[in-house]
Ligand binder design. Structure first.
Ligand SMILES: Cc1cc2nc3c(=O)[nH]c(=O)nc-3n(C[C@H](O)[C@H](O)[C@H](O)COP(=O)(O)OP(=O)(O)OC[C@H]3O[C@@H](n4cnc5c(N)ncnc54)[C@H](O)[C@@H]3O)c2cc1C
Length: 473
């Protein structure tokens, strides 16, 4: 450890109690883990503040000692954003997880950043409300992490991403000052909306400590259906019909190919194929209403009957119980894990304009097949918002190592087409360390403006260096 590191640690020790500052290797180890095991950095220590004031003091101390910081939530991020690189101080929000207030008239709540997303959803449900962001990782992902990455999820088509839920924000800026705008106001045009800069900034502009979040009415009726189609063109025609006939009740429209279903059926002993025939594509559709009654199910049935007759779907199964709905969702949510059964998977979290999905898919997949014959596309995701988890499983005759060696070529094919159709190379998981070079390659102008904002707020570059943008020399 350098003298500077030792001095910083001693100063931090004066601010934090024993559990507030961890620096033994065995204590640090869990904070270096990330879901895909791709990033292996080193940290000086982990600070675990209990309040905004304490966190502000830590940040001031880091600023004085020129010690870089890595904000950390639940460590479920998939792009290495919460992993240290070279001896930074990890600042974990795990001890800041209080509910500060909830207002059922205003339909909003104020929570601290370390509260897990699932807990926020549970608190909202206890008040007959809904926090409409839902991720498979919600038991561990925190509010701070979901704000810092502007997390998406299955309900984006109806409610928007995390950004759309945030009314107010509290954060500690890189110099230790507290930015506090925890207001529940829906209308406030008094100047720049500064909280929006912090949302999606992946911990590079400050550390989010609390947020005032908008809540929606809880659904009182809902139906989930699994549908089979033979093409994504068909899927889009159905999406159009669902929107036209069921309006805002459409809260999810997910898609997956047969290969994904095969992986999940092999991976989950309880899982059952809802259909008696094999189909190329499947959709999971969910409609919900806050109005009481049971009119939504017949309304959806009507749409599906006409879609069957019009050739927009090939088959449909409605969930007849809550468990059946959960089983359909388990098929969709189980893909990421089950894909390991197909060996090495090259993953791309991209988005493209919804109407262009079929052409985009055809163009990229034929180029990929020419580059790596036998490559097995397992592309699934959120049809309704254009977010494709563009995952590629290794060809059956190729070793994992040889397939991994083709990763750069595959990435180039996928990302070139993404740029060509005006899509995004980082749709919901963010940029982190994983995609920072690609962002620099494809969006140099944007990166230059981002760098100007970064140096205005964090001139010393101490807040999560090496994430989102290349490290400054
Ligand atoms: C099984 C699984 C399913 C997932 N599904 C989805 C999905 O559907 N949609 C989606 O968008 N993502 C998904 N993710 C990715 C991940 O869950 C999200 O990115 C989530 O928002 C990360 O939250 P976290 O608390 O774990 O943050 P972390 O992983 O700890 O951190 C993520 C980033 O946010 C920064 N950060 C964390 N806390 C703060 C804070 N308080 N202030 C400032 N910066 C902070 C970190 O520095 C890092 O850059 C999934 C991940 C897994 C493992």
């Amino acid at each position: 450890m350098s003298d500077r590191g030792r001095d910083a640690l001693a100063a931090l020790g004066r601010l934090l109690d024993g559990p507030g500052l961890l620096h033994e290797p065995e204590d640090l180890a869990p904070y270096l883990n990330e879901p895909r095991g791709r990033f292996h950095g080193r940290a000086l220590a982990v600070a675990r503040p209990e309040s905004t004031e304490q966190l502000a003091a830590i940040v001031r101390c880091c600023s004085e000692h020129e010690l870089a910081m890595v904000p950390q939530g639940g460590r479920t991020g998939l792009v290495g954003g919460a992993s240290p690189i070279n001896g930074e101080l990890i600042i974990s929000l795990e001890r800041m997880r209080r509910l500060r207030s909830i207002d059922p008239i205003d339909t909003s709540l104020v929570v601290e950043a370390g509260m897990p997303l699932a807990r926020v959803r549970q608190i909202a449900a206890e008040h007959g409300l809904r926090y409409p962001v839902s991720l498979a990782s919600e038991g561990t992902a925190t509010i701070g992490g979901t704000l810092a990455t502007n997390a998406g999820g299955n309900l984006t088509i109806r409610y928007g991403n995390t950004r759309a839920q945030v009314l107010g924000l509290e954060a500690v800026l890189p110099d230790g000052r507290v930015f506090s705008e925890l207001s529940p106001l829906r209308k406030d045009n008094s100047g720049y909306d500064l909280k929006q800069l912090l949302i999606g900034s992946e911990g590079t502009l400050g550390i989010i400590t609390a947020a005032c979040l908008r809540l929606a009415p809880a659904p009182r009726q809902g139906v989930t259906a699994m549908l089979a189609t033979h093409s994504l063109d068909q899927g889009l025609a159905l999406l159009r019909q669902l929107r036209a006939e069921l309006g805002e009740t459409l809260s999810a429209c997910e898609f997956m190919p047969r290969l994904a279903l095969d992986f999940v059926l092999a991976d989950q002993p309880r899982a059952r194929d809802p259909f008696d025939r094999v189909h190329p594509w499947y959709l999971v559709v969910q409609v919900e209403s806050a109005l009481a009654g049971d009119w939504l199910k017949p309304a959806l049935l009507n749409v599906l009957e006409s879609a069957l007759q019009g050739g927009r779907i090939d088959d449909a199964v409605l969930a007849e119980s809550e468990q059946a709905a959960l089983d359909f969702w388990a098929l969709r949510e189980g893909i990421s894990r089950a894909q390991a059964r197909g060996g090495v998977s090259l993953k791309h979290d991209i988005s493209v304009p919804v109407p262009r999905i079929p052409d985009f898919m055809q163009a990229v997949l034929s180029e990929l097949e020419r580059a790596v014959p036998g490559i097995r596309p397992c592309v699934f995701g959120h049809l309704g918002d254009g977010n494709l988890h563009f995952n590629l499983s290794q060809p059956e005759g190729l070793s994992g190592e040889d397939f991994r060696a083709r990763e750069a070529d595959c990435n180039r094919i996928v990302f070139d087409q993404v740029h060509a159709v005006g899509g995004s190379i980082a749709a919901e998981h963010g940029v982190g360390q994983l995609r920072r070079e690609e962002l620099a390659r494809g969006q140099a102008r944007k990166l230059e403006l981002m760098a100007r904002v970064k140096s205005a707020l964090d001139p010393a570059g101490l807040m999560n260096p090496g994430k989102l943008m290349p490290v400054r020399p």
